[in-house]
Ligand binder design. Structure first.
Ligand SMILES: Nc1ncnc2c1ncn2[C@@H]1O[C@H](COP(=O)(O)OP(=O)(O)OP(=O)(O)O)[C@@H](O)[C@H]1O
Ligand SMILES: [Mg+2]
Length: 227
């Protein structure tokens, strides 16, 4: 079967005066649908750079990134935006919620770009907010929610478009250990329900949740194993 993701010799180099930073230096990797993968590695090893490429937020300097058989590395800005909206759900360490919008309105937001009518947007958002256990918090603003609840809103927002791929860059980095366990349990359930999850974490406990661990070092894959 065709992998969901195929990375072929992905490089991203930044020229800084005399120096070249090899943020990504020849990454090749396939990820199948419904896999649960953790990227780990020291600070500066290229994890976020790779996540941004996987999420179509950035393009590689060279190499190919096939997502559902389509070469994302060659798309223009409009096509990248379409891939982001249709195929990707991105979850950030700092939640990235819109502060003036309720939990419900935040989750409805990605569907606006798809011209989904208001009632259908609200219906879809309510379903995913219930899925993440926030049915009683839909009308709260982000600053009226706990950190764990904010991250649940962000996860609901990522799920509402039914993306092919959930990407999470240190999703529990701002949460205490009890809340981290709850959020990781939610990710585990989402994977069992059929989602494909790619996560960045520097915590070994979290990497152990995932089926597959890819450790990066200086822009390269240093180690790669299955739990
Ligand atoms: N826009 C940029 N210009 C120049 N260098 C960059 C740029 N973005 C990232 N880098 C460099 O690329 C390398 C990889 O950065 P990246 O953010 O991917 O690391 P990371 O593994 O996510 O680290 P952390 O665990 O601290 O989040 C770093 O050395 C960084 O300084
Ligand atoms: Mg990072």
């Amino acid at each position: 079967m065709m992998p969901l993701i195929s990375l072929v010799d992905i490089c991203k180099h930044y020229v800084m005066g005399q120096d070249t930073v090899r943020a990504l230096d020849g990454i090749s990797l396939d990820i199948a649908s419904n896999e649960y993968v953790a990227f780990t590695g020291a600070s500066g090893s290229g994890k976020s750079t790779l996540m941004n490429i996987l999420g179509a937020l950035d393009k590689p300097g060279s190499g190919d990134y096939l997502l559902n058989g389509r070469n994302v590395a060659q798309l223009n800005q409009d096509e990248l935006a379409e891939v982001r909206n249709r195929d990707i759900g991105f979850i950030f360490q700092n939640f990235n919620l819109l502060p003036r919008l309720s939990a419900l309105a935040n989750v409805m937001q990605p569907l606006i770009y798809r011209a989904v009518p208001l009632q259908a947007r609200e219906h879809a958002a309510r379903i995913v907010l219930e899925r993440v256990g926030l049915e009683k918090r839909m009308h709260h603003l982000p600053n009226q929610l706990s950190g764990g609840q904010r991250q649940r809103v962000a996860i609901a927002r990522a799920l509402v478009t039914q993306p092919s791929l959930l990407l999470a860059d240190e999703p529990t980095g701002n949460l205490d250990s009890a809340t981290t366990r709850d959020i990781m349990q939610l990710f585990d359930e989402l994977q069992r329900e059929g989602n494909t999850i790619v996560m960045v974490t520097h915590e070994p406990d979290i990497a152990r949740h995932c089926q597959r661990v890819v450790r990066m070092h200086d822009g390269k894959i240093a180690e790669h194993y299955w739990n």
